[in-house]
Every structure is written in C-alpha cells, then in structure tokens.
Design a protein around this ligand. Structure first.
Ligand code: NDP
Length: 472
C-alpha cells in the first residue's frame, strides 16, 4: 500500500519515500511519501489558514467532528488494529486495545470541546477594582506541532490532536518514521468527518530535520512532544518562548511488600514488564521485593515470563513479538550483558534473534548498571530485594526519571506513606505503573518531562487565558 503525506486537507505524493516494515520479520507493509523543509513550510502555512477556520468553529461543531472520527475509528477498528500491529510490531490484542483507548481519547476530547470555558474575575473584591467587571476567556494558541513516538502510533497521536482541535487550534503532526501509517489513516478519518482543510496536517520524515524545524518555526505556537529525554531536552532548548509539553521516558519501579497479594502482583508485573516487549514509557522495569517473599516472587515471575507466547504480531495468540529494530534489540542485549558482568543474575530469557528477544528477568542487578539507572525500553525486568519500606522508597527515588510508580501491599498506611514519598507524576496502589486510562492526568517529573496529558489537562496547556475588563 502507498500512502501520501497530508497537507491542506488532501493527500499528496513526494519524491522521497520510506518503506515501512513489519519489525518482526522485515516484510514490507507500506510505502510512505516523506516531507522535507519545503513541504513542512507548506504544512505550517496550511495550518495557519486551518486555524483561522478552527477558531470560529463552534464548540458544538468541534465536538461533533471529534465524535464522528470516533464513530469511524470504531467502525474500522479491525483495520486500525492491523495497521498498528504491522508497523509497530505490537501484538494484535494490544493493538485492538489501543484502538479502543484511542476512541476514549476522542470521546474525552469532544467533552472538553463542549465544556471549555473561562471564568468571572471578582473585580469588586478590591476597592481598586470596584466599578468594573471582568471575565477570562480561553483562547486557542494557534498552530501546534505534535511530534510522536512509534510505540502507540494511534493513541499518543490522538492525545495531542484531540485536545488541540477541541480547543480550536490547528496541528502539524510529525509521526515517528517507523510508524507513520496509523497517523495518515487517522488524518483520512478527520477529513472524512468534515474537519476544515489545513486544521490537521501530517508530515512524515526524519525527526532531526522536520522536528527541529517545527520547534524553530515562529509560526508554531506550541510543541507537544512524546519521545526520548534526549530529544525532548533538545526541543526545549531550541523552542524559545513557545509552549513545550514533554512526555518522556522512565524506568518505572514497583514495590512489593511481604504482605502483598502475590496472586494479584505477579501476573500484573509480568504483563506490565513485557507487554509490547517492554516498549512502553511506563513499562515495569525495576521491581523491589521485601526479602521474605523475594524467592517465591522471583520464581513466579520467571514462570510467567517463560510462559509468554512469542510470535508474529498479527497472530491471535502472540503476547510478545519483537522490538522496533535490530539496533534496539542489540542495545538491550548489551545492557543485559553489562548487568550480568556487574554481578546480576540472568534468571530467564534474554536470547536474541534479530529484532526478537525472549522476555528476560535479572535478579540483583547493581544500581549503577544501565539496566537499573536508565530506561531499558525492551523486554527486561530487574528484581531486587530490600528490608524496610524506607529503603525501598529510597531505591525507587534513586532514578533520574519519575513518570509512574506503584506498591503492592495490604497495609493502607504503608501504601499512602509510599505514595507521598515517591517522586513521580502518578502513583498506583495494588496495580502496576504501566496502567493508564486516557482521562487520567498523565506526565512526569525529573527527566520524565513537563506538563500533563489526558484531554482535560492537555487542553489547559493548549489554550491561553485572555482577560476582558469593562466599566459598569
Ligand atoms: P524518539 O525520541 O527517538 O522519537 C520520538 C519522535 O521524535 C519521533 O517522531 C522522532 O522522529 C522525533 N525526533 C527524533 N529526533 C528528533 C529531533 N532531533 N528533533 C525533533 N524530533 C525528533 O523516541 P522513540 O520513538 O524511540 O520512542 C521511545 C521514547 O518515547 C522512549 O523514551 C519512551 O519512554 C518515550 N515515550 C514516552 C511516553 C510518555 O507519555 N511519557 C509514551 C511513549 C513513549 P523519527 O522517528 O523520524 O526519528
């Protein structure tokens, strides 16, 4: 299948092309037209005129369009799941879930379009203000640049496009080079649903070239980025006075107290670590287990890891497929070797074949190894013992990242003590940090980023408050 890029409301071809391959076996799934600096400028210009139409569209109409896209997405759910699975290598059953979650993101965005409102300022609360009335209106920012990663090519795109359009902005979307088809198919749905031409533009192409050009473009009012910390920091450096939202990575941690319900904790930790081969920003990467239950916990996690069905992403039974590229798989293998060399014990998996890797469990990896200190973004989990809860909290916080973390315990007092002490954007009790529902405020502290997503929170960042004062 050939896909054009989407500018000014229509698809067009270009001389530059990229073959999109199924990462599991390298087979070609699609060919996509790529943009360059000129096309990007045209997309930004189209977005400027799209914005002129969006800002006068009623809230009701914006919501209608978002709900119509949702209806069409659900109608084509099977097609979108196959596209996601093929280009990202995500197993079909998880790809189906991503489509359902994308539909939720659209629903919550439509609700925000309907309820977006400012407020009255109580002017006579000061003698100086008496005799005046004032209101704050919420206005769209203008053109928003959305730059997205490969691992949730549909839903993470919608977390930017949905609230941006709900607020009356226009969008230029630069999807990940490995996974542009979901974004282009989504643009088709928006066009079919009657979105004004230019309000959404999708320009696939190399991130360093197009992403940086967007962050530097004076006609862009905001950059909303999900991806790696290195790129996020760079974008913030060059974006000047633009708004910047950064959803970056993490090495998410779980604390398992000895009073925890292991029947609950073990399967959640196994799926939380290995779903989409660990290529999820809130994947379970570090598990700290109180020593009395460390042996039995580890044994059961290993059983769970070994039992995961591996295979092609389009096969129904597949639970673990491949990493996005061989280079990424080699990097993860290298980190595993380093952890073992430093004294960690590889107790399951880790065998690599091209882009594929068996789910790996490492016990007692030292804190200074990359497996513990950085974001693995692969099918690996580290399990370490601890004695006291304070020690476990300190281990969780000994990280440059802080997206989500969690605890398993039957003691509510301990759970809340940890919730208050752990430095993260979100903390879960008797669940894994890998859980996310799309209405949640979602984002991190430290190297995990700035700003929050979830349509209600994203729209805060995608609107400006304007004050209007009048004498009465
Ligand atoms: P990257 O940072 O490599 O890429 C993300 C996007 O940025 C892609 O579209 C990429 O384009 C683009 N890009 C690359 N270089 C630049 C640049 N110099 N300037 C502007 N844009 C650029 O991340 P991955 O796609 O590998 O995704 C994995 C990362 O995303 C992980 O760190 C993960 O934790 C994080 N993530 C965070 C989430 C969150 O919500 N906090 C959710 C999901 C993932 P191209 O593909 O062409 O290189």
């Amino acid at each position: 299948m050939d896909f054009g890029l989407f500018v000014g409301g229509s698809f067009r071809d270009s001389a530059r092309k990229r073959e999109i391959r199924v990462p599991y076996d390298g087979s070609v799934f699609a060919r996509v037209a790529l943009g360059d600096a000129d096309v990007l400028q045209q997309a930004v210009a189209a977005a400027r005129s799209g914005f002129a139409q969006m800002r006068v569209l009623t809230r009701a109409r914006r919501a209608e369009i978002l709900l119509e896209v949702r209806r069409r997405l659900l109608e084509e759910a099977g097609h979108f799941a196959r596209v996601i699975a093929s280009e990202s290598g995500k197993p079909l059953r998880e790809a189906r879930l991503e489509v359902q979650r994308g539909a939720s993101t659209l629903l919550f965005s439509a609700n925000e379009a309907l309820s977006l409102a400012g407020e009255e300022v109580p002017m006579d609360a000061s003698a100086h203000g008496a005799g005046r009335m004032a209101m704050v209106v919420r206005e769209p920012l203008g053109v928003i640049a959305a730059i997205t990663p490969f691992n949730f090519p549909l839903n993470l795109s919608l977390h930017k496009i949905g609230p941006a359009l709900a607020a009356g902005n226009a969008v230029v979307h630069k999807p990940a080079s490995a996974t542009p088809v979901s974004a282009l198919e989504l643009a088709r749905l928006f066009a079919e649903a009657g979105l004004p031409a230019g309000a959404l533009n999708v320009v696939p192409g190399p991130g360093a070239e197009l992403g940086e050009a967007l962050a530097l473009d004076p006609a862009v009012a905001m950059v909303t980025f999900t991806g790696s910390p290195e790129v996020g920091v760079r974008l913030r450096e060059i974006a000047g006075l633009k708004r910047v939202t950064l959803e970056l990575g993490s090495n998410s941690a779980v604390i398992v107290e000895s009073d925890a319900d292991l029947d609950l904790a073990v399967p959640l930790c196994v799926s939380g670590a290995f779903a989409h081969s660990g290529q999820v920003c809130i994947s379970v990467q570090r598990i700290f287990v109180q020593r009395d239950v460390l042996g039995s916990f580890l044994e059961r996690v290993v059983d769970g890891a070994v039992a995961m069905q591996r295979g092609h992403p389009l096969e129904e039974e597949t639970a673990v497929s491949s990493l996005i590229s061989e280079a990424e798989a080699v990097r993860v293998e290298d980190w595993l070797e380093e952890a073992v060399f430093a004294g960690g014990r590889l107790v399951a998996g880790g065998e690599r074949d091209g882009t594929r890797m068996a789910p790996a469990v490492v016990a007692e990896a030292p804190a200074a190894t990359r497996l513990m200190a950085r974001e693995a973004f692969g099918p690996v989990v580290a399990v370490n013992g601890y004695s006291t809860l304070d020690e476990a909290i300190a281990m969780v916080n000994a990280s440059d990242y802080g997206l989500q973390a969690s605890i398993f315990t039957r003691d509510i007092g301990k759970a809340f003590r940890a919730a208050r002490a752990v430095e993260v954007g979100g903390f879960l009790i008797n669940d894994v940090p890998q859980f996310r529902a799309d209405q949640m405020p979602y984002g991190g502290v430290k190297l995990s980023g700035t700003g929050r997503e979830g349509p209600h929170y994203a729209i805060e960042e995608m609107t400006e408050r304007k004050l209007i004062v009048w004498r009465v």
